[in-house]
Design a protein around this ligand. Structure first.
Ligand code: AMP
Ligand code: GLY
Length: 424
């Protein structure tokens, strides 16, 4: 069949890598893609939010399956757009409906969903400009640190964790009254701070049945020792070494099953990924957030560990037959290290020539922000390349990623040398 992937990052290159291995995949397209995807698929220069252009591309190329990488088109209703169009409704789109995507699109909605379905999460209340005074009073009842979350999508920047009560009150006012994060902070969720270690689990669901994919842990801060600004993610490891069977059973029973059952009870059409951000507090799992897509760079370690045919898994997802397929996993560990542009996550330059990719044969080089120019592969984003390695344990896999990074170069290249530092 013909398949279209929407997106342009390391996640989408990994989808392309995995889907292109399937005998079922005839022609593969990525919109808009990057230099890496152009080597194994056809890049189409279309924005992920231009539904009409996507429709034309699907019809012109007789696309049978569309895999949506980022959250934006999902929150904007791409699944509903396909389902309500007579020419598109049989195209197997992998991604939830707009109602499902609200689990990521609105933190308040996600909290309400968790409370309604008894899913463990931090206690919270939400506030608007009209209830700013009550919000400040609520902060007084909490112990520091204070967690403030803009309700809507804020490009990963909408969560503030503050130690000082006055600063927390000022930030709350800035979010609600001065639109600190635009419309995204018209509502703010204030929640209890949970002290523990984070991990992520990934679930593929057809809205009725589900498969739990490998666990992963990402490293969000730019600096070593988890210092400095938040990024999209500087590296990841799968599986998460501290997740044992006891913890996994709690996660499945208290979180995964109630989540899938909750979607079903609320009649939400959901055929896609649920990426659940968790925090483990004294061996008890709590949900920090839902995402309605795969993580990046988590995909770069999760998908290489899935041996099963991804096209078949997606087809079963669309047909609500996930109970009829099984997932085979590679028991080895996978690690990825992100190479980023100097300056990222703040201002950085693009267009730097990347050398050395061809010298690497025992790691997978996933492209994130790259493009081609004058016959060269050049940087085209903050996160540039993800170097994924597999080995019997994550330390050996990491060693391989770091050895191969020595062979790569671009002007201003930066990366964290301590991925996995907190796991020993
Ligand atoms: P989110 O965008 O909801 O994932 O939040 C961003 C980051 O803030 C998370 O990855 C956590 O590190 C942190 N965080 C969010 N909520 C809490 C909480 N209730 N307690 C402690 N840390 C939190
Ligand atoms: N790596 C975190 C995310 O994809 O949201």
């Amino acid at each position: 069949m013909n398949i279209l992937i929407l997106g342009s990052g390391g996640r989408e290159h990994t989808f392309a890598y995995k889907l292109s291995q399937s005998n079922r995949c005839e022609n593969l397209f990525v919109a808009p893609g990057n230099a890496g995807t152009s080597e194994i698929a056809t890049n189409v220069s279309i924005s992920v939010n231009d539904f009409e252009a996507i429709k034309k591309c699907v019809l012109n190329n007789e696309i049978n399956m569309v895999v949506v990488g980022p959250e934006d088109p999902l929150v904007n209703g791409i699944a509903d757009y396909f389902l309500s169009d007579s020419e598109l409704k049989n195209v197997m789109l992998i991604g939830p409906s707009k109602a499902g995507a609200l689990l990521e699109g609105s933190k308040e909605r996600a909290k309400e969903f968790m409370i309604d379905h008894q899913i463990p999460t931090a206690a919270y209340q939400s506030f608007t400009e009209e209830t700013l005074r009550e919000g400040k009073q609520f902060l007084e009842t909490l112990k520091p640190p204070y967690v403030l979350k803009a309700d809507g999508l804020a490009a990963g920047k909408g969560v503030l964790i503050l130690n000082d009560i006055d600063e927390a009150k000022n930030e709350l006012e800035d979010m609600l009254s001065n639109s600190k994060f635009g419309a995204a902070s018209a509502t703010v969720v204030i929640e209890e701070f949970l002290d523990g270690i984070e991990l992520s689990i990934f679930v593929l669901t057809d809205g009725k049945n589900y498969k739990i994919l490998p666990t992963a842990k990402d490293y969000k801060r730019i600096g070593e020792g988890d210092k400095g600004l938040n990024t999209g993610g500087m590296g990841a490891i799968s599986p998460v070494p501290f997740v044992d069977d006891v913890l996994m059973k709690k996660i499945e029973e208290r979180i995964v099953i109630p989540t899938v059952n909750g979607l079903q009870k609320e009649n939400i059409d959901y055929k896609g990924f649920v990426f659940i951000g968790l925090i483990k507090v004294n061996n008890e799992p709590f949900v920090i957030e839902y995402n309605v897509r795969m993580g990046d760079p988590e995909t770069e370690v999760v998908l290489p560990r899935i041996k099963s045919d991804l096209v078949e898994l997606f087809e079963a997802t669309f047909k609500q037959q996930l109970d009829k397929v099984s997932i085979e996993l590679d028991q080895r560990a996978a690690t990825t290290v992100m190479l980023v542009s100097g300056g990222y996550p703040e201002a950085y330059e693009k267009g730097k020539v990347i050398s050395g990719i061809k010298n690497i044969d025992d790691s997978i080089v996933f492209h994130a922000g790259t493009t081609t120019k004058d016959g060269n592969i050049v940087t085209n984003g903050g996160r540039v390349l993800a170097i994924t390695s597999m080995n019997e344990d994550y330390k050996k896999a990491l060693k391989k990623s770091y050895q191969n990074i020595e062979k790569l170069h671009f002007d201003t290249m930066n990366y964290r040398r301590d991925i996995g530092f907190d796991l020993t």
